[in-house]
Design a protein around this ligand. Structure first.
Ligand SMILES: NC(=O)c1ccc[n+]([C@@H]2O[C@H](COP(=O)([O-])OP(=O)(O)OC[C@H]3O[C@@H](n4cnc5c(N)ncnc54)[C@H](OP(=O)(O)O)[C@@H]3O)[C@@H](O)[C@H]2O)c1
Length: 281
């Protein structure tokens, strides 16, 4: 297959690039905004035609949650309008969405069939992207994920390692619960979908296994990174000056993905161990 991977300079896009080496039977085309702006309908169609693309994996997105509150129009262009453009090319599509489509008020892991209620501009634009994609490409696969980190790009793991080295004390919120997800494991899940003999369209939830708070996550990061001289304390969300409200409980139920594709998913600390080992090289 000829596979186009958009947003290739991001966390997930880079992990897709690493894993693509294990799938040499496909030809992979890695593009980011400089090579292919997914908002440019003419350019997208020309690229798909010129390279006989069979499948688009959309890793491109407007992911800055705070900035999206100030500029929802731009976030909508990238997270929804452009997703509809990608879905209109007559190719298979795998698209990535977010736990932010839910309110975060739940106390049980969210299933794909649970009602959505985005509370942020980012969440609204990502939900709109899901709807617009399914309207033009009902056979698309959408993977909702959460709390993504990677060796690449900016993320919580890298920030906590830096702060752990710079500061003697650090307060981290403990009243937001979720599942840290190694982008390399999400990339592996995307290749599971690609390599599956049957195409199974629909929405799926994919994160690593288990749950923790940002506080627990930080303790684990520091332990694995060998950071000993920073005292980490639990704080409440209200003590941290968030510009945008964050979900208190955003755990995704991954049963559908595991059952459909017959796979098990690594525990979050296992993914973190592999990532920190690479960061410590
Ligand atoms: N990060 C998380 O915690 C998280 C959680 C849940 C779901 N997700 C979803 O997971 C997916 C991957 O996230 P990620 O963390 O890998 O994102 P990321 O690191 O922000 O990467 C996104 C990439 O897309 C590029 N991009 C932006 N606009 C574009 C355009 N018009 N055309 C082409 N490329 C464009 C970005 O370039 P610039 O950097 O120059 O803008 C960036 O390289 C996204 O769909 C995101 O919504 C992420």
């Amino acid at each position: 297959m000829n596979i186009l991977i958009t947003g290739a300079n991001g966390q997930l896009g880079n992990e897709m690039r690493v894993l693509s080496a294990l799938h040499p039977k496909h030809t992979h085309f890695f593009t980011d905004i400089a090579e292919l702006d997914i908002c440019d309908k003419v350019a997208v169609s020309a690229f798909v035609e010129a390279n006989a693309i069979d499948l688009i994996v959309n890793c491109a997105a407007y992911t800055n949650v705070d900035k999206a509150e100030e500029d929802e129009a731009t976030a909508m262009k990238i997270n929804a309008d452009a997703v509809a453009i990608l879905g209109s090319q007559g190719t298979k599509v795998i698209h990535v969405s977010t736990d932010y489509v839910f309110s975060g008020d739940e106390h049980l892991p969210c299933k794909e069939s649970d009602p959505v209620a985005p509370r942020t501009a980012y969440g609204r634009t990502k939900y709109e992207g899901e709807k617009r994609l399914l309207a033009v490409c009902p056979e698309a696969v959408i993977l909702r994920t959460a709390w993504l980190y990677s060796e690449y790009g900016n993320n919580f793991v890298k920030t906590m390692i830096r702060l752990g080295k710079e500061k003697e004390k650090l307060g981290v919120v403990f009243d937001q619960i979720g599942t840290p997800t190694y982008a390399a494991d999400l990339a592996a899940a995307i290749f599971t979908v690609i390599e599956c003999p049957m195409w199974h369209p629909g929405i799926y939830h994919f994160t690593n296994e288990g749950v923790c708070s940002w506080f627990d996550f930080t303790i684990a990061i520091h332990e694995l990174a060998g950071i000993k001289n920073c005292q980490v304390s639990p704080i409440l969300s209200e003590e941290y000056q968030y510009k945008t409200p964050r979900p208190h409980y955003s755990v995704l139920d991954k049963s559908k993905f595991k059952k459909t594709f017959g796979v098990s998913i690594p525990y979050w600390m296992d993914g973190l161990r592999r990532c920190v080992k690479l960061l410590n090289r």
